[in-house]
Write a protein that binds this ligand. Structure first.
Ligand code: GLU
Length: 487
């Protein structure tokens, strides 16, 4: 495809970036990058009642964090700006005026009370609430008089009765709407701001947007947009409505059922790579069952044809798994700064552990973690001596002859000089042989004495990382404590 591909992410800044918004932004981004087009950020801030201080900054920061860089937008500029709708009001008025002149829109002067009453009457008659076009029939003079008298007004779209509007959508195919179910949509509100519908269409046209890729919740609005394009004499963009995001119980993904803000996932320690990978799979696949992706591969593989119609289930276990996979994909050196950040926030920060020590932990634990913080909290024994010993393991592995065996092992460990992992292993196995017991009879109690638990990385890695002196101290402590606990 050509350079004429221009797509946009057009959020309303209501406070935070929703994961559904991230999915929309990502699919637009992937489509633009794949087709060497442009990705534009446009802020749809015309609903002043929903204005939230700091929301735009927050949104931009979140997009930057995940790496969705845009070619045009509020802070980067571009030839089609401004990229805030609140700074484009004259444009919307100009086109609203044009629609009025052509008879496709009209002024309406209804009071809120009248509209409320109209609605109630229609509901009572089991009719769909709709504006009754009362003011469509005002004469030009009447309208002029009311405007001059400063009467509050809105501008409405003049939707014709009983016409078919066809929306062609790359994902959903052809969707037909009858205009009888379409209200005479307000285009300009009484505060002078446009509604989403007018502003969105005007901007998509003026910003030369080629493909409108957005959530399925906007599909019912699309026939109104199609009418606007037609009445303004503009060419339609290609529409692509992305499937809804669902909870595992197939209800619509909502705040009530968990986190929906991207920043919450960030705060919980998800890697941006994992989040992007996960969100990419919400309604898209490359036609195979591959699940692990980096951004570059997503760009290479993405197509709108790969987007499904069916709702996409938001499965947090999959995100957790992907997070672990993306951790494993990184080298220990790449993980070090991330682990250090967690470490420095932890209660162990004052231990002043060296990078070298942390790297050893990272290598030992990499295969076993889902989160960066797991490098600390699932293996506290690398940071402090165990405060207690897992009772189940104790019962199973700590036998009456264990203290005696461990004492022999301790004597051998004490003779070691600067032991490597292999030295711990050889010494332990030789001691087991000398004692005439299986190595397991030493391995399990040693692990318990040193870590307090029955699971973890290989025991010889554990001993090597913790180091000879500390290993000896911990075994001695265990011998004292476990004896007293048992007696
Ligand atoms: N401002 C709308 C939103 O908040 C944009 C919808 C669209 O992309 O047309 O999602």
């Amino acid at each position: 495809m050509s350079e004429n591909i221009r797509v946009r992410f057009a959020p309303s800044p209501t406070g935070y970036l929703h994961v559904g918004g991230l999915r929309t932004a990502l699919f637009n981004y992937l489509f633009a990058r794949k087709n060497k087009g442009k990705f534009i950020l446009r802020i749809e801030d015309t609903d002043r009642s929903r204005y939230v201080e700091g929301a735009v900054e927050n949104l931009i920061e979140t997009l930057k964090w995940v790496g969705l860089d845009y070619d045009e937008g509020p802070d980067v500029g571009g030839e089609f700006g401004p990229y805030f709708q609140s700074q484009r009001l004259e444009l919307y008025h100009k086109y609203a005026k044009e629609l009025i002149d052509k008879g496709y829109a009209y002024y309406a002067f209804d009071t809120p009370e009248r509209l409320k009453q109209l609605r109630e009457e229609q509901l009572k008659k089991k009719l769909q609430p709709k504006y009754d076009k009362r003011d469509l029939y005002l004469s030009k003079e009447e309208v002029k008089k009311k405007l001059e008298a400063g009467e509050p007004y809105v501008i409405r779209l003049n939707v014709p009765p009983s016409e078919k509007v066809i929306v062609t959508d790359v994902i959903r195919g052809t969707v037909e709407f009858n205009t009888d179910i379409i209200d005479d949509q307000i285009l300009i509100k009484s505060d002078g701001y446009p509604t989403y519908h007018l502003a969105n269409v005007v901007d998509d046209h003026l910003m030369k947007i080629s493909h409108v890729i957005r959530g399925e919740e906007w599909l019912p609005s699309t026939p109104k947009h199609v009418l606007l394009y037609k009445y303004l004499g503009w060419e339609l963009p290609v529409f692509a409505h992305l499937p809804l995001l669902l909870n595992p119980d197939r209800s619509k993904l909502s705040k009530r059922q968990g986190d929906v803000a991207v920043e919450d996932y960030k705060a919980k320690g998800y890697l941006k790579e994992a989040l992007i990978n996960f969100v990419a799979l919400l309604g898209w696949n490359a036609g195979d069952d591959k699940e692990f992706y980096l951004m570059d591969e997503l760009i290479e593989k993405f197509s709108l044809e790969g987007v499904n119609k069916a709702g996409a289930v938001f499965n947090i276990e999959k995100l957790n798994w992907l997070n672990g996979e993306h951790i494993r994909f990184k080298s220990a050196e790449e993980l070090l700064p991330l682990v250090k950040e967690e470490y420095e926030k932890s209660e162990y920060a004052n231990l002043n552990l060296s990078d070298e020590y942390l790297l050893k932990i990272i290598n030992a634990m990499k295969e076993r973690v889902e989160f960066v913080k797991d490098f600390i909290y699932t293996c506290k024994y690398f940071y402090e001596a165990p405060k207690e010993y897992d009772e189940n393991v104790l019962r199973k592995r700590w036998k009456a002859d264990t203290p005696e065996h461990l004492k022999t092992l301790l004597d051998e460990f004490k003779k070691l000089e600067n032991p490597a992992k292999e030295d711990f292993e050889q010494t332990l196995r030789a001691t087991a042989e000398k004692l005439g017991i299986g190595a397991g009879k030493l391995i399990h109690p040693v692990r318990l004495a040193v870590s307090g638990v029955g699971k973890g990385p290989g025991v010889f890695d554990l001993l090597y990382i913790i180091g000879k002196d500390e290993v000896i101290r911990r075994i001695e402590t265990a011998l004292e404590k476990i004896k007293t606990e048992e007696n």
